[in-house]
Ligand binder design. Structure first.
Ligand code: PLP
Length: 311
């Protein structure tokens, strides 16, 4: 299904999931960003994006995203993920009737939340839970899709296939186009007239997306993203040796970021330092993008022409 924005893709994925399952409950995650329409904003976590916009949509439940840096507290990555998986099942049973849950929606790599890839074992468990209870797994690829992580979908790094996925941003290279991709039997369960609009699939944006996707193939955007990611990671790690404020270096492909914190404490975000660093870099001609609930993560924002220069 074609759409015009990422939020519209999310909105429609939820409607499709509800119609296909005839259930209502939707599970989303902390630090999530899914857009600014009413359902997408409900699923978005950060309060600053939602001020005075409520009441929000009912039948939505928020679980904790497995963020090792913030919640790991001395546990190895694997031990932490194991514990979070136990918490996930416990939260599911304690919060809602899983047989009235239509979908779990999650970003494969959290974008606005601070570039945090979903741990692989956790993603597998999400798939298992969905299969066990007939819940649909929706992966939001609006930010991570089309080459950002070195694959066409970030979920191609995982051994999991979603039932539905949402796309936009890089798909149109700046033109307003997105889509929902899903298994045929799920997409076909939708009643006529319940999804759609005037502009989805308009010929100008469709032509732009086709040309853009062709160009991304031509320049092998995935190989470039992997190279940019490696370069950023090496340089960020070197920076970390000198700057104790950098809590960790994390990400997937070209989605690489580091959180800035005080006293190495993940619960003490240093938003002032983040702000100052952005201004100092802007003065020197480098555009950075900040992310995270407390605006404490730096991500390098690289355009395609910069990819060329960086590689
Ligand atoms: C993961 C994710 N989903 C949805 C959206 C919403 O997309 P749009 O701004 O095109 O509505 C965004 C935008 O940043 C996003 O990062």
């Amino acid at each position: 299904m074609l759409t015009c924005t990422g939020a519209e893709s999310v909105e429609n994925a939820i409607k499709i999931a509800r119609q296909a399952t005839k259930r209502q409950g939707i599970i989303c995650f902390t630090d999530a960003f899914h857009g600014r329409t009413m359902m997408a904003m409900t699923l978005t976590a950060k309060p600053a994006y939602k001020l005075n916009c409520g009441p929000f949509a009912p039948e939505t439940y928020r679980f904790r995203f497995p963020n090792h840096f913030r919640y790991g507290r001395g546990l190895s990555y694997d031990d932490f993920v194991g514990r979070e998986i136990e918490l996930l099942r416990e939260s599911l049973m304690a919060t809602l009737d899983p047989y009235n849950c239509a979908a779990i929606i999650v970003e494969t790599v959290q974008g606005e939340g601070g570039f945090i890839p979903m741990p692989k074992a956790y993603m597998r468990e999400l798939r298992n839970i969905c299969d066990e209870f007939g819940i649909l797994l929706i992966l939001d690829e609006v930010q991570s899709g089309f080459g950002r992580t070195g694959e066409w979908a970030a979920f191609h790094h995982y051994d999991v296939t979603p039932d539905l996925s949402t796309w936009a941003k890089s798909m149109g290279g700046g033109m307003p186009i997105g889509c929902v991709i899903g298994k045929a039997e799920i997409m076909d369960a939708v009643s006529p007239g319940t999804i759609g609009g005037t502009y989805p699939g308009n010929p100008v944006c469709a032509a732009a997306a086709l040309a853009n996707i062709g160009y991304m193939k031509e320049i092998d955007i995935n190989a470039l993203a992997r190279k940019v990611g490696e370069t950023c990671r090496i340089r960020f790690e070197a920076l970390r040796e000198k700057c104790p404020e950098i809590g960790e270096v994390r990400g997937l492909g070209a989605m690489v970021a580091f959180p800035l914190v005080k006293e190495s404490d993940p619960f003490k975000p240093d938003s002032t330092l983040c702000h100052d660093l952005m201004l100092a870099c802007a003065d020197r001609g480098l555009i950075l993008l900040s992310a995270g609930t407390h605006k404490k993560c730096h991500t390098c924002f690289v355009s395609i022409s910069d990819y060329r220069r960086a590689t």
